[in-house]
Design a protein around this ligand. Structure first.
Ligand code: FE2
Length: 380
């Protein structure tokens, strides 16, 4: 049973539920009214700008009946109803206790232990069954990558993977790119060397937030794919040295790619990007495209390079990596704002042919949220 009380001359409402009080400001409540004059019926978009709401808004009266809270706002004299559950779900009256480098509850960081429990699904199943698709997309959102098996071995099949959740992000590399290596030990130029784990295209702003890699041929030994959780690496750096974490998150690096005619891509962003309240938002790490760093003060540059070196060592630590092989018809999606990827070196003869493309996370998260909303609606 909830009880209401109005405080501070109508400035805020307190809702007591099971001995705990949650406070809501009059302005917040008025702005978040769901009546048809405030929100469009259908799309739910807000019809008012804040300027349409008096700055002197207060709560004139408050009442509760069952699960319905009714407030009257002055000076408009406007009566608005809210569902108690909605208010409690959206309560913001909580301790400000987030540590720098926190991650959302929907995100789980990992190390090599995840190898025994790879986020993997069957291409045919997720293509045919929304429940299976939602389950796989949830894993991709949670772990920052996910593998698909049993897909078609046909040119551009990777587009069918993107179609599951969103749209291709076309770049100067095209709608897709070929990753084709003829492994010939007699010619070192074509030997598939290993690559250090990296995020792709840090020189773009915004970066492509997803990458899809799809295997069409794989007869060479080695060449396994490897992923590392950049968020876990950043958290490890923070545990080892808050100073190093701070220097990589508080100062911008610069990245650049100008490797072809008519293309000069540049970005100025930190290697560890945080939201203003300390949430880990993105990791950019790519030795090949780091430009001269010029926005770190002289006094901090030693510390910056020590931190950059240590972050690289953490990323290179086998304890951090999850390795898997891609066979023809298999693919993986990686969150390029978080998870670094690499390819191990090849040995022996054979071929390896992958096709890759970029996409964006907004589409994936939207697809996931809409599938979850439908499941919830069906259960009610
Ligand atoms: Fe890459």
């Amino acid at each position: 049973m909830a009880t209401l009380s109005v405080h501070d001359n109508g400035n805020h409402l307190a809702i007591q539920v099971q001995g705990k009080a949650k406070r809501f400001h009059a302005m917040w409540l008025r702005d978040n009214a769901w009546d048809s004059e405030t929100r469009a019926v259908g799309n739910g978009q807000r019809l008012l700008a804040l300027r349409d709401i008096p700055a002197t808004t207060t709560i004139a009266s408050a009442a509760i009946e069952g699960e319905t809270v009714t407030l009257v706002f002055a000076p408009e004299g406007k009566s608005v109803t809210y569902q108690l559950g909605w208010l409690m779900d959206n309560a913001y009256d909580k301790a400000d206790s987030n540590d720098t480098g926190w991650t959302a509850q929907s995100v789980e960081t990992w190390d090599s232990d995840l190898m025994s429990d790879l986020p993997v699904a069957d291409f045919t199943k997720v293509s045919a069954d929304n429940h299976a698709l939602a389950g796989w997309l949830k894993q991709v959102a949670r772990y920052g990558f996910g593998k698909l098996e049993n897909g078609p071995v046909t040119d551009l099949a990777l587009m069918q993977v993107v179609d599951l959740f969103g749209f291709v992000r076309e770049t100067n590399y095209g709608r897709h790119f070929e990753v084709r290596t003829e492994v010939n030990p007699k010619n070192l130029a074509y030997t598939g060397l290993g690559l250090q784990a990296h995020t792709d295209n840090p020189y773009r702003d915004p970066v492509p937030s997803l990458q899809v890699l799809y295997c069409l041929e794989s007869s060479a030994a080695g060449g396994e794919n490897m992923v590392v959780d950049g968020f876990r690496a950043a958290q490890r750096l923070r545990e080892e040295s808050p100073e190093w974490f701070d220097v990589l998150s508080q100062y911008c690096a610069k990245f650049e790619y100008a490797g072809e005619d008519d293309v000069v891509l540049r970005s100025r962003r930190p290697m560890i990007e945080l939201s203003p309240d300390g949430e880990l938002i993105a990791v950019r790490f790519n030795n090949r495209s780091l430009a001269a760093v010029t926005d770190v003060p002289f006094e901090k540059m030693d510390s910056y390079y020590a931190a950059y070196r240590r972050l690289g060592e953490i990323i290179d630590d086998p304890e951090m990596e999850v390795t898997f092989r891609l066979n023809p018809g298999e693919s993986f999606v990686v969150d390029n704002t978080r998870v670094l990827h690499a390819r191990k070196a090849y040995s022996g003869a054979g071929t390896r042919w992958l096709q890759g493309c970029y996409a964006d996370k907004d589409g994936l998260l939207s697809k996931l949220a809409s599938l979850q909303a439908k499941t919830l609606a069906a259960a009610q």
